[in-house]
Design a protein around this ligand. Structure first.
Ligand code: C2O
Ligand code: CU
Ligand code: CU
Length: 428
């Protein structure tokens, strides 16, 4: 932290080697290490600054997924960091506590750069959330879970040439959590909070426990839900996050799994839809007791009753949005700062896509006219689009304007994004 209270993070994107399997090490990329990067933690109101050094031999970028920030700090395709260069974004964190993440966003290269290992988590705190009685000791009862799938070739290298690159993107049947294959956690408290992040290129996860125990969903992409929601399954598509709290009994062993999803989507991608074990939890004989999950968590999204300045329609089909593919030189539209808009998004493709918007957190007003399911009841920045349903998303654009530098909206299946399923808007 320097004199004016700015906290500066040094992030070096670099190539290295990581040992995931017996035999040869895998050539990987990472941030301040060989695979993935450090968790960045900051508080609402805090000034943050970054020295993002590109130590690779090719250009990349680093995008702050879920962050409300000026467009030229966003790290999208227009904020390229050339090899050897250092990019220095800075802003004041002005949003509520949430689990976000960072990853490269160079147009046409996102899938590739994320797959090699450049990603990390961002944990934002605020005073209100800190005052709640939730598990919150990082690494003890508050655990990041960066979930990724990989395919390895015969040489233990990441197989980027799987034929599936032509459909949804690469899908592998080896699972890494926080960069580790077959990880376990020794649990020392009764309640544990997991910050789940689907940082995979395409694979969908349908999270659940091996004994089908219920768990509490407490937060979605943009922060805590108004109330916890008890469930036994939770599906996250690429880019989505969730905070959940699970209870353990002394001495038990339970696995967090991904169960086949109802849609059969992973099958259609060509990856296995079988049950995949992700992380093993081994509870100690004596667990620190904690109180119950509080019933009042965050504040409910409240955009339903705001005046809507503009309604826009987005149709996702094949690799296009509204019939067009991404053009770095085309701004699709401008929105007015301070206004609330409703974006009606439909996937008419029969295939799976999701939809992510930069700069804002949105409220899912309804899905095909019906109230959204509980897991879509909080703030979101990425939403899975079941085919042929209309998702009405309300979002407010505030604080930052820039007539020249756009924000992105796109399908977060990283290959689709690279192939042009993306558009650009400016806030004026
Ligand atoms: Cu997670 Cu536009 O990205
Ligand atoms: Cu993003
Ligand atoms: Cu898509």
């Amino acid at each position: 932290t320097d004199a004016d209270g700015t906290r500066t993070f040094d992030l070096g994107i670099q190539a290295g080697e990581t040992r995931f399997l017996d035999g040869p090490a895998t050539r990987t990329w990472g941030v301040n290490g060989s695979f993935l990067g450090p968790t960045i933690r900051a508080k609402k109101g805090e000034k943050v600054a970054f020295n993002v050094r590109n130590g690779l031999s090719e250009a990349t970028s680093l995008h702050w997924h879920g962050m409300h920030l000026p467009a030229d700090m966003d790290g999208g395709p227009h904020q390229t960091v050339e090899p050897g260069a250092t990019w220095r974004p800075k802003w004041t964190v002005s949003q509520q506590a949430a689990t976000l993440w960072y990853h490269p966003h160079l147009h046409g290269k996102t899938a590739n750069h994320v797959y090699r290992g450049v990603s990390g988590m961002v944990v934002l705190d605020d005073e209100r959330t800190a005052g709640l009685d939730l598990p919150g000791e990082y690494g003890v009862d508050d655990l990041p879970m960066i979930v990724q799938d990989r395919a390895f070739d015969g040489d233990n290298q990441f197989d980027e040439a799987v034929p599936l690159m032509s459909t949804g993107g690469v899908v592998g049947d080896e699972i890494l959590v926080n960069g580790t294959r077959g990880p376990y956690v020794d649990v020392s408290t009764r309640l544990v909070r997991l910050r789940l992040l689907n940082a995979s290129n395409a694979r969908l996860y349908n999270f659940g426990f091996s004994d089908d125990r219920p768990f509490q969903l407490i937060g979605t992409d943009g922060g805590l839900l108004p109330k916890p929601w008890e469930t036994t399954r939770l599906q996250l598509s690429s880019g989505e996050r969730a905070e959940v709290v699970v209870a353990f009994s002394p001495g038990e062993t339970v696995d967090l799994r991904s169960y086949p999803s109802g849609s059969g989507f992973n099958d259609r991608l060509g990856g296995s839809s079988d049950r995949l074990d992700l992380v093993r939890f081994r509870a100690g004989g004596d667990l620190r007791d904690e109180t119950e999950v509080p019933q009042n968590l965050g504040t409910a999204p409240d955009l339903a009753s705001t005046e809507i300045a503009q309604t826009r329609s987005f149709e996702l089909n094949s690799r296009t949005i509204n019939g067009a593919t991404m053009d770095m030189n085309r701004i699709d539209f401008g929105v007015r700062v301070g206004s609330t808009e409703v974006w009606e998004v439909v996937n008419t493709n029969g295939y799976m896509h999701n939809f992510h918007v930069h700069d804002v957190q949105f409220q899912v007003l309804d899905v095909d006219g019906r109230q959204p399911p509980p897991h879509l009841g909080g703030w979101k920045d990425t939403v899975q689009l079941d085919p042929d349903r209309k998702y009405r998303l309300a979002m407010k654009f505030s604080d930052f304007t820039d007539p020249d530098v756009p924000y992105m909206y796109h399908c977060h299946l990283m290959l689709h994004e690279d192939e042009g399923m993306m558009g650009q808007f400016v806030v004026l």
